[in-house]
Design a protein around this ligand. Structure first.
Ligand code: COA
Length: 194
């Protein structure tokens, strides 16, 4: 009989302001110790609060995975570029406390994030993944959800004394209206493949 403990059960829910200190704690080591993010200074609660408001004002999701009352990770989507015609395209971001990786929590977060983005009328989701070992989990996670590789930007980051490439992944979202061939309000591209 298998006596190993069952994996933790994560509840994915919208972030509330009280979660921000945990978001600070989760993100800071990635900033300091890895090239997964090209940020070089950790964000404080105030910076995250501004991000939270910006996303809420834009109708975009900011979710957390809650395991027994502890925030194990977070995911959000922000506008891909500021120019107006990019308004149906977002970039996703997902980070877990390393103690919680490899247990399906990233999958639960990305699944809920894509559902929320679909409901918000988003059409394209782009993921920008640094080509470094610490970000290795991001590629299989996104591929699992149908993201396809859209290109590579060579040596666009310089952090901790080395040049880093990014890999671009992209996923098209469809809505029930698309599937019925009656799309038209969210974007101008009409029906697109899922
Ligand atoms: C990427 C990340 C969110 C994945 O979350 P996770 O909870 O560990 O992922 P899951 O357990 O749901 O696994 C999803 C898939 O990724 C694979 N995977 C996870 N970590 C992996 C790793 N380090 N190396 C290779 N594959 C990995 C799993 O085997 C699974 O693949 P499958 O669908 O073929 O079975 C998490 O590892 C993380 O926070 N990494 C550091 C930050 C980061 O890179 N964020 C992305 C920047 S946007």
């Amino acid at each position: 009989m298998d006596s190993s403990p069952p994996p933790p059960r994560a509840t994915v829910r919208p972030l509330v302001a009280a979660d921000l200190p945990r978001v600070v704690e989760i993100f800071a080591p990635f900033v300091r110790d890895t090239q997964v993010t090209f940020e070089e200074e950790p964000w404080d609660v105030g910076r995250w609060e501004a991000k939270r408001r910006e996303l809420a004002d834009g109708g975009l999701p900011f979710l957390v995975a809650d395991v027994d009352g502890v925030v194990a990770g977070y995911a959000y989507a922000a506008p891909w570029r500021p120019k107006a015609a990019y308004r149906h395209t977002v970039e996703d971001t997902i980070y877990l406390d390393p103690r919680y990786t490899g247990q399906g929590i990233g999958t639960a977060l990305l699944d809920a994030l894509l559902d929320a983005l679909r409901a918000a009328g988003v059409r394209q989701v782009v993921s920008v993944v640094a080509d470094v070992p610490d970000a290795a989990g991001s590629l299989p996670l996104h591929r699992r959800f149908g993201f396809v590789e859209a290109g590579r930007l060579t040596a666009v980051g310089f952090k901790h004394g080395r040049w880093v490439d990014t890999i671009l992944l992209q996923r098209t979202l469809t809505t029930p209206a698309d599937d019925a061939g009656t799309a038209g309000t969210a974007g101008t591209a009409g029906t697109v493949p899922g």
